[in-house]
Design a protein around this ligand. Structure first.
Ligand code: NAD
Length: 488
């Protein structure tokens, strides 16, 4: 069994306990993970706090911080094959995806490296004589970054990059499911030369680790990615420290196809939109809303493509859909599908849990036309399950698209420019992809509203989110200050 350690205050250390990590392709333990509990969390946060105040970090120029981030980006790029193999082993995410995604993670660090010395305050044309007034953008302090199992290196990069660029220090909590790639990434942070305590990487379970972190009095900002139910615990935890909170939660994103769309192209985007990452993607286009006149044609194309998907071992470059990360996740999908069938949804393909080792589940398409309340249409499945509903008119498409508590992503496929604009305006979601799907970039903000959370990752705004504004008033007159009881 491989063994991993926590990274606290610049040192690789064991946690208060240990737990086994299962290989999702076999269901067998393959590595021993360190489990951070209260004492470990406290040490990590105290280390981050001390580092935040230390001259080595506090007085480092923003340009020098940027250089450390550039170095980290290069190291991530070099280590991408090793990190990808570890992520595949520990989470079951297929090697094709982990290899491509981790190489791109380096670009996120590069983007924020370049931004570090471009986070500016402002000089204010104040309405009083003999005063210079300006604002400084200062780092908020210790950041708690909490990520779920899927894409841990990516989801931590969109927090670490802007937080470090802004001058914060960070405690990253990897998910207890598949923490290996993030714990390994700690070695790159160390090698890049960040001062001890600036970045700490731990893992552990919700109540004994996550909850201690989010309510810790020294934490100033919580950047959380995960499910809405856990987010409620996080917000409750933040009632203790009154930390700033940003939440990137799940979705039930509509993928809308009009009859004038290029159906072949829409089908390819839909296949990747729902079956990439074995459906364990917050932006999964899990609700296909298709105009009734092309429903049968589109479903036939989708079915043919989905049936040709190679479901196999995640470490095989030819595999297109691998296992789910956990058995718990697969059990939840099976239960939701059973309830959906009772509610009137019909299985178009898939839906049957295979026998054998590993947490596999096949690409599945459900027709929910007669089942508006089916679980698979309403709830985030976080697996390879596409739910389909047809519509007649544009107004109906928009109403269906917005008939959700979530508001993360959406896709619109049409050749009509004017209709595309109307849909862009009407859809309540943080992202609208038109004639494309599931494209991301460090330059573009990412996030949602409603049950999908709030706050944005990516772009300049994300770096500003890790700063606080200090207003400076400087009197430029040498005259003595006059009578204190006359306000000026
Ligand atoms: P989860 O909410 O169960 O866990 C996320 C993290 O929170 C884990 O590290 C977990 O240990 C921690 N946690 C659990 N209880 C906690 C507590 N009481 N206090 C603090 N932390 C606690 O999520 P998951 O099931 O691992 O991941 C799937 C969810 O993540 C889905 O809903 C998915 O949509 C969402 N997600 C969102 C995005 C996005 O950017 N919007 C990206 C990926 C995943």
């Amino acid at each position: 069994m491989e063994r991993f350690q926590l990274y606290i205050n610049g040192a690789f250390v064991d946690g208060s306990a240990r737990f086994d990590s299962l290989d999702p392709a076999t269901g067998s333990p393959w590595a021993e993970m360190p489990e951070a509990r209260e004492a470990d969390v406290n040490r990590a946060v105290e280390a981050a706090h001390a580092a935040f105040l230390s001259p080595g970090w506090a007085n480092m120029t923003a340009t020098a911080r940027g250089k450390l981030l550039y170095r980290l980006a290069d190291l991530v790029q070099e280590a991408a094959p090793r990190l990808a193999a570890l992520e595949t082993r520990d989470t079951g995410k297929i090697i094709r995806e982990t290899s491509a995604q981790i190489a791109y993670v380096a670009e996120y660090y590069r983007y924020y490296a370049g931004l570090a010395d471009k986070i500016e305050g402002a000089h204010l044309p104040i309405d009083k004589p003999d005063m210079e007034v300006w604002t400084r953008r200062e780092p908020v302090g210790v950041v708690a970054a909490i990520v779920p199992w899927n894409s841990q290196l990516f989801l931590s990069a969109v927090k670490l990059g802007p937080a470090l660029a802004a001058g914060c220090t960070v405690v990253v909590k990897a998910s207890e499911d598949g923490p290996a790639p993030l714990l390994e990434f700690a070695k790159l942070v160390h090698q890049a030369g960040f001062p001890a305590g600036v970045v700490n990487i731990i893992t552990g379970f919700g109540p004994k680790c996550g909850a201690v972190l989010t309510s810790h009095p020294r934490v100033a900002h919580i950047a959380f990615t995960g499910g809405p139910e856990t987010a409620r615990h996080v917000v409750r935890g933040s009632a203790e420290n009154l930390a700033k909170v940003s939440l990137e939660l799940g979705g039930k994103s509509p993928f809308i196809v009009f009859e004038d769309a290029d159906l072949e192209s829409a089908a390819n985007a839909q296949i990747s939109g729902i079956f990439a990452a074995t459906g364990q993607s917050c932006v999964a286009g899990s609700r296909l809303l298709v105009q009734a006149s092309v429903k049968d044609r589109l479903l036939a194309i989708l079915k043919a493509k989905a049936e040709a998907i190679k479901v196999s071992a995640p470490d095989d470059m030819a595999t297109e859909v691998g296992p789910l990360c956990t058995k718990r996740q697969r059990d939840a999908i099976v239960a939701a599908l059973e309830a959906s069938i009772v509610a009137g949804a019909q299985v178009v393909m898939g839906g049957v849990c295979p026998n054998g080792a590993g947490f596999y589940f096949p690409p599945t398409i459900m027709d929910c036309s007669g089942a508006p309340e089916a679980d698979c249409l309403r709830r985030e499945m976080f697996g390879p399950v596409l739910s389909v509903v047809s519509f007649e008119t544009e107004a109906e498409a928009l109403a269906l698209a917005n008939d959700t508590e979530f508001g993360l992503a959406s896709g619109v496929f049409t050749k009509s420019l004017t209709r595309a604009h109307r849909m862009i305006r009407g859809i309540r979601a943080g992202i609208v992809w038109v004639n494309t799907y599931r494209v991301v970039s460090p330059i573009a903000p990412f996030g949602g509203h409603g049950l999908s959370g709030h706050g944005r990752e990516g772009g300049l705004a994300a770096a500003l989110d890790y700063t606080t504004v200090k207003t400076v008033w400087l009197r430029t007159s040498d005259d003595p200050i006059p009578d204190p009881f006359v306000m000026r």
